[in-house]
Design a protein around this ligand. Structure first.
Ligand code: GLU
Length: 495
């Protein structure tokens, strides 16, 4: 298999939202599968869109997802530096190369004149193409052009429009006519390169042979092909990734449509394993029904040829489902102790004073209901604070509403004395189970009735794990005192 050298080339213009992180995941998988290289390059040449802290957030996001880069920021390699803003002279040298070949020119035309050309074409209802307004300076000799060029004067490509054909691994065989090819800007007024030029220079110098990026770059590809040709370079393999669609409508998922950042999902308690799995499978499948993939399985099974060529819809419910699956899988593979480490940031403030061993017990009985790690808070409140008495939860409960308060009170009394008979050291799940079952016989109530009464009385929560488990974790004192206070409150409330 040919070693794939590829890259993720984000611009530090904000956080990485889930709509664009697939252009990191797919190249990463392709590179790792072939034993090649995954490079991270920061495309920061558009100073006006630069956002402070965005680069750090990009690095953090990739590391969290487990997409470690082989070369890039904080990991220099032979093609360093990996920040485009630090490679200015490289692009200028390459632009000069094109000038010397007669394929680029310094363009002194001022912005007002350019606007006039635009307006003129607009009035004539012809497509605006700069090459139709190419200045006479484009015909100067290369050495004259080089001497004319100074910072503040952009350099443009001298295009040679013609029909172009190319292959895209996702979109298939494509072609475009000359009408989309133009004298694009290579070096801007500020001396920095445009994306159009810089990425070609960098991909070449970094040995990149597979370029995976959003489908929005497809329409510019004929211009890129013209540049590769003018530079006598072979283009890389193109992999155009369709957009991720917003949950509703037919539009691209964007920050404006509420696309959250990857790190926000982390803070909300999504596991990186689930995020990677979900995003990798959004628009790719291996042809089987498998839904859960570890990173190594993804590396093994991924193929660019199975990336879908139409947009996949973002479905948060599916992500949450997958996260729940991953929580259960990690617990069963690694055990509660190891999994507990991943939950540390998500516990309630009120749990701070509790022993780690108690929290682990709580986790072990509730983890299989978690969808995200932040569900922990809501689901474990009553393990750390006494619940608020709410008589309606008892009297309006579908299994309990047929009983009078007096009956409920007396059922609680019976339950309390049976449970009191278990002493502290015998307060185990097994003994609780036995006692609860004999209570059923004694009271002649259905499990849903008696157990709902006890469960609600100790938790006042809509759900709790199995009753014997819940009581064993809560402990004898807490259980009895909560049952006791509900029992007394029932009486008081009645008067
Ligand atoms: N800097 C471009 C972006 O953030 C990268 C496109 C590419 O991967 O070449 O969209």
């Amino acid at each position: 298999m040919k070693k794939i050298v590829t890259r993720f080339a984000p611009s530090p213009t904000g956080y990485i939202h889930i709509g664009n992180v697939r252009s990191a995941i797919y190249p990463y998988l392709a590179a790792k599968q072939s034993g090649g290289k995954f490079i991270l390059r920061i495309e920061d040449t558009d100073q006006s869109r630069y956002v402070e802290g965005a680069t750090e957030l990009i690095l953090e996001t990739l590391r969290w997802l487990g997409l470690e880069w082989d070369e890039g920021p904080e990991k220099d390699g032979p093609a360093a530096p990996y920040f485009q803003s630090k490679r200015k002279s490289i692009y200028q040298d390459w632009a000069k190369r094109l000038i010397l070949k007669g394929r680029a020119y310094a363009d002194p035309t001022d912005p007002e004149t350019i606007q006039k050309y635009r307006d003129l074409d607009n009035t004539k209802k012809v497509p605006y193409l700069y090459r139709n307004h190419r200045p006479k300076e484009a015909d100067l000799s290369p050495s004259e052009i080089i001497s004319l060029w100074k910072e503040g004067v952009p350099i443009r490509f001298k295009s040679d429009p013609k029909p172009r054909k190319w292959h895209d691994e996702v979109m298939g065989d494509l072609h475009a006519g000359p009408e989309v090819q133009d004298d694009i800007i290579l070096i801007k007024k500020d001396g920095l390169p445009t994306y159009n030029f810089a990425h070609i220079v960098d991909d070449t110098l970094m040995g990149v042979n597979l370029v995976a990026r959003g489908v929005e770059y497809l329409s510019s590809t004929p211009n890129y092909l013209a540049l590769y040709e003018a530079l006598d370079l072979n283009p890389p393999l193109f992999v155009s990734l369709p957009h991720i669609l917003a949950p509703q409508g037919n539009k691209k998922l964007s920050k404006r449509d509420g696309a959250k950042s990857v790190t926000e999902y982390r803070d909300d308690g999504i596991l990186p394993e689930a995020m990677l799995n979900y995003l990798a499978c959004l628009g790719w499948n291996d042809g089987t029904e498998q839904e859960l993939y570890t990173k190594s399985e993804l590396i093994e099974k991924f193929s660019v040829s199975r990336i879908q060529n139409s947009g996949a819809r973002f479905d948060e419910t599916k992500l949450l489902w997958m996260n729940g699956q991953w929580i259960r899988r990690l617990v069963s593979e690694q055990g509660i102790d190891k999994f507990f480490e991943r939950t540390l940031d998500y516990w309630l403030e009120s749990s701070k004073s509790y022993e780690e061993s108690y929290k682990k017990k709580v986790l072990s009985i509730i983890y299989d209901r978690l969808k995200t790690l932040s569900d922990l808070q809501e689901m474990t409140t009553y393990f750390f604070t006494d619940p608020k008495f709410d008589i309606e939860m008892l009297t309006k409960n579908k299994f309990l509403k047929k009983f009078s308060e007096l009956e409920l009170k007396s059922l609680l009394e019976t339950s309390i004395s049976a449970l009191e008979a278990i002493d502290e050291k015998n307060w185990t799940e097994e003994n609780l189970n036995k006692t609860l079952n004999s209570l059923l016989e004694k009271t002649e109530k259905k499990p849903a009735e008696l157990f709902s009464l006890i469960r609600i009385s100790v938790s006042f929560a809509p759900f709790s794990p199995a009753l014997d488990l819940t009581l064993s974790v809560l402990g004898r004192n807490v259980t009895l005192s909560r049952l006791q206070s509900v029992q007394s409150a029932l009486l008081l409330d009645n008067q």
